[in-house]
Structures are given as C-alpha cells and as structure tokens.
Design a protein around this ligand. Structure first.
Ligand code: SF4
Ligand code: SF4
Length: 367
C-alpha cells in the first residue's frame, strides 16, 4: 500500500494549476498546530516549552478552517502539541474533509483508543502515528516506557476499522542503519500505508540538545539505510528526490513556504521549525513580510543541520516538476547509495564570499 492514486492525482493537478497560473510561492502542506499542550514531554520536542497561558490556548474550529481556506494547500497536517487534546478536533477534521483536503492527524496515539469513535474512515483522512523507531528507541525518545506498545495496539485497531494509517518517524543520535531498517520492516509488517521519516530538527527549545543528528551524519545514515532497503520495498511517504536528498545526492535550498504553519500565535515565520522569528497576521502577510532570503542551510546558523521534509520536500517536488525524468529514474532505481555526495552547504555566516565556481544549489528557490 502507498499514497492512494486519488490523492496523488489531486496533488498533481493542484501543482499543475500553480504552474499554469505562474504562482511563484505556493503552499503544498498546511501545518496546523491548534494547540501546543501535550500529554508527553519528549527530549527532542521544540513545541511544548511554553508557559501555561500559551499551552492552554486553542485555535477555534472557525480559526482552523479559516486557515485552511486562506492557505489553499491540498494537504493539511494537524500537529501540536497533541491534537487529540483539542475537544473540537472532530469538527475541525470534518470541515477539512468537507473541503476535500487530505488530512494527516499527527498523534502520539495515547488518547486514540478513547477518541477513535469521534472519527470516520475516509480517503481524505489519515492517522499519522508518532513512532521514533523500535520499542526501545521510541520509548527512550518519548521519555516514557510502554508508549510504543500502546501505539502499536491502536495502529492495529485503526487499521481493522478501515482507517488510513501512516507512521511519522524522527531519527535521533545513536540510531544505527540496521535498527532503522528493522523498524521499517516492522512498520511494513503492520500494514500501515507509509512512513514519513527525517532526522530531528535541532530545536533551540528542546529539553535535550545532544540528541540531534548533524547534516553529514544524517546523509551517511540514510545512505546505509537505503542500501539495506534496496530489495525490501518500504513505503516511504516522500518523493523520490527528497529521499535522494536525504542520502546526500541533492544540493537543495529549502522551500519553507511550501509547508506554512498556522498556530496559536498566527502564521509562523518562516517555517514550522523556527519559533523565534515572529508571526504574520495572515497567510498573505506571511508570504509578503517574511525575509525568506535570511533562511536556509547556507544563510542561517539555526538552519545549518536542517533536512526536514517540511523544508525540503517541496523543493524536491519543484525539482521533479522541472526534471521529471530525473525524478522517475530515481523512483525506479531508488536513492543513490554510493559515490560522491553533493557538496555540503557553504555557511555564509562563516565565509565572506562563496568560493568561485562552487556548485551551490541546483534549485534556487529564493530570489
Ligand atoms: S514531540 Fe510530539 S508527542 Fe512528544 S512532547 Fe512534543 S508534541 Fe508531544
Ligand atoms: S532550513 Fe528552511 S525549513 Fe529548515 S529550519 Fe531553516 S528555514 Fe526552516
């Protein structure tokens, strides 16, 4: 099983329309954070370090749906915090499905057994379950024993009831390629639709700072994982070129407006990952007011090790539109796991000028 054809066609047709209209910056996935409160306190989380008055805030149903309408992205990822703590979330999801949006409800699954009856299976709706690896890894990552087993129990329950289910996995320091491969084999045996995977972003506000994978380590880890996975046919919820990028073969600049974030503060500049750069009052204002040129692996030390799908999947999609044969070929052969890697980003804050002739980026998404 992988992303259903209906969804692939809807997204392709949306992309086609943006190209025909000549839209330069368009959203692909709306990241909606209707609250920051969570029922876990993971070591690598950059979302829950707020005072109680902020953690107690909720976006209303109307605010959530207004964000969906304003932004227009075909896919909505509902994150947080723990979205299932939001009492009106079923109405939010219902409103999104009525608008024919593809909804990924990201949850740590602790409340899902209790709340599953509030939702109905739909081709537009997907439970995206947070699992950061095998039992030992995941329970260590979320700093609580038993969470992995609870998540597996509800994944099986949701699948039995006919829900679409994916897994979202963040990788942290110390992960071995064999462990990641074992985990991906396991998720395949569970029968989930696909797995979203990326190295954890080094949130400044995360309780632990030594858990994050550096860019070079991330590339090496993914190469080895994909080497093991050559014949295993894992369903990864990513474009072929994003996977190739993770394996160190693409020299991309991020496209943060591809995954705009609406949370209790407004529209977060510039992306889901950076929390201290200010907020815009509307999606239009986000596009117009953000100094996009200040961000990216080469531009900003906060971005130095970012490989997140919310930054680079939209870049990979743009690349696939410009170079369809490259995308198809990479899809057939899988990410390259040998040979030289793409040059590492040159940090402009460390160098006054870029070395002449350095093949900086294939995609220049920023003016
Ligand atoms: S990473 Fe997710 S599950 Fe963990 S504390 Fe943060 S919001 Fe909650
Ligand atoms: S590299 Fe891009 S997506 Fe990643 S944190 Fe920086 S601005 Fe955000």
């Amino acid at each position: 099983m992988s992303v259903p054809l209906r969804q692939q066609i809807s997204v392709a047709s949306y992309l086609f329309k943006q190209k025909i209209k000549g839209v330069k910056r368009y959203p692909l996935v709306l990241m909606l954070e209707p609250l920051f409160r969570c029922n876990l306190a993971c070591a690598g989380c950059g979302k829950i370090d707020y005072p109680d008055d902020i953690l107690n805030k909720r976006l209303s149903v109307e605010e959530c749906l207004a964000a969906v309408d304003e932004c227009g992205a075909p896919i909505v990822s509902i994150a947080g915090g723990e979205p299932l703590l939001h009492k009106e979330l079923p109405q939010v999801v219902e409103g999104m499905i009525a608008r024919k949006k593809y909804v990924y409800l990201c949850t740590n699954a602790l409340l899902l057994k209790k709340r599953m009856d509030d939702y109905k299976p739909s081709p537009y709706f997907n439970f995206s379950i947070h699992l950061d690896g095998t039992r030992e890894r995941h329970d260590a990552s979320v700093c609580q024993e038993g969470v992995f087993d609870k998540a597996i129990e509800v994944i099986k329950m949701a699948l039995e009831r006919g829900f679409r289910v994916t897994v979202n996995c963040t990788l942290f320091q110390g992960e071995t390629p064999e462990e990641v491969a074992e985990f991906l084999d396991f998720t395949k045996s569970l029968g989930v639709e696909a797995v979203t995977i990326a190295p954890g972003f080094s949130y400044e506000h995360a309780p632990a700072q030594d858990v994050f994978i550096k860019l070079r380590e991330g590339r090496e880890l993914f190469r080895k994982v994909f080497q093991i996975g050559k014949k295993r046919k894992w369903n990864l919820n990513h474009s072929s070129l994003y996977l190739d990028y993770l394996a160190g073969n693409q020299d991309y600049h991020c496209t943060p407006w591809g995954n705009p974030t609406r949370n209790v503060f407004g529209w977060q500049k510039p992306c889901y990952l950076l929390a201290d750069e200010g907020n815009a009052a509307s999606f239009k204002a986000l596009l117009e007011e953000t100094h996009w040129e200040k961000y990216g692996n080469t531009k900003n030390p906060k971005c130095a090790n970012c490989m997140a799908h919310c930054g680079f999947e939209a870049t990979a999609v743009e690349d696939a539109i410009s170079n369809p044969w490259k995308a198809v070929w990479t899809g057939i052969t899988g990410p390259r796991t040998e040979g030289p890697m793409a040059p590492e980003p040159v940090h402009e804050w460390e160098h006054n000028s870029t070395p002449a002739g350095h093949p900086h980026f294939q995609i220049q998404a920023v003016d």
